[in-house]
Design a binder for this molecule. Structure first.
Ligand code: AP5
Ligand code: MG
Length: 218
């Protein structure tokens, strides 16, 4: 089962991905997480991506596609994958198509701009698991600590409000047109992400369960 989660910064892609991953045994490929890892490790891709990411701009299509192409070959992706934040341009979608990677479902998360900006500005993340928290909407049991491991949480450099506004603008200009592209392929659905985490999760499960049954994953 091959799934794309698409949506503006802070709409909840990373929050929902662990549930989808666990429910269907898929691998979770967040291009944002993989690029941040490359920046931390100071790899060639990381050095090339760093400035664009800190400014809220997109990293080049070739770099991002290269990372995804390699990752989907990993054994943990044998039952399929969740692409979180990829493709983000028409070019990236075409590169996947040319590589013969057809996705079963593209789910776009929709929420008003002000909700998006509130979510990114209060976000805290547990690096190892990807679990997300929010100062107001989803606070951890102890401030700054992961509920499960007790480890430190961190905040992203690109979650400053001005950078988030830039990311949102780029989303509208570069990524939203993909809705039409995937609609033509008959795989696109938009969901209301301005609801509780549980409500969004149930909505996603209702969309994906029939595909999981059809592909023998459930
Ligand atoms: P990336 O890391 O993918 O950032 P993004 O797409 O902007 O999305 P976010 O991770 O900010 O948001 P999310 O939807 O995961 O929200 P989350 O679940 O954390 O990309 C970063 C950068 O990398 C890009 O700017 C670009 O430079 C580069 N890049 C990545 N992919 C690329 C590509 N394909 N091409 C080119 N460049 C690329 O939730 C946010 C907060 O809200 C959390 O605090 C959470 O607890 C809370 N929350 C979530 N859901 C709810 C809810 N239902 N109710 C209340 N609170 C909620
Ligand atoms: Mg994310």
């Amino acid at each position: 089962m091959k799934i794309v989660l698409m949506g503006a910064p802070g709409c909840g892609k990373g929050t929902q991905s662990p549930y989808v991953q666990e429910r269907y045994g898929l691998c979770h490929l967040s291009t944002g997480d993989m690029l941040r890892e490359a920046v931390t490790r100071k790899t060639v891709n990381g050095l090339l991506a760093k400035d664009a990411m800190n400014a809220g701009k997109l990293v080049s299509d070739d770099i991002v596609f290269g990372i995804v192409k390699d990752s989907i070959k990993n054994p943990e992706c044998r039952y399929g994958y969740i692409l979180d934040g990829f493709p983000r341009t028409l070019k990236q979608a075409q590169l996947m198509d040319e590589a013969g990677e057809k996705v079963d479902k593209v789910i776009e998360f929709s929420a008003p701009d002000e909700v998006i900006l509130q979510r990114t500005s209060g976000r805290w993340i547990h690096k190892a698991s990807g679990r997300t928290y929010h100062e107001v909407f989803r606070p951890p049991q102890s401030p700054g600590k992961d509920d499960v491991t007790g480890e430190e949480l961190y905040q992203r450099k690109d979650d400053r409000r001005d950078v988030c506004e830039k990311r949102l603008e780029i989303y509208k200009n570069e990524t939203r047109p993909l809705a039409e592209y995937f609609s033509k392929l008959g795989v696109y659905t938009m969901i209301n992400a301005d609801r509780t985490v549980d409500e969004v999760r149930k909505n996603i499960a209702a969309l994906l369960d029939p595909i999981a049954v059809a592909t023998g994953l459930k």
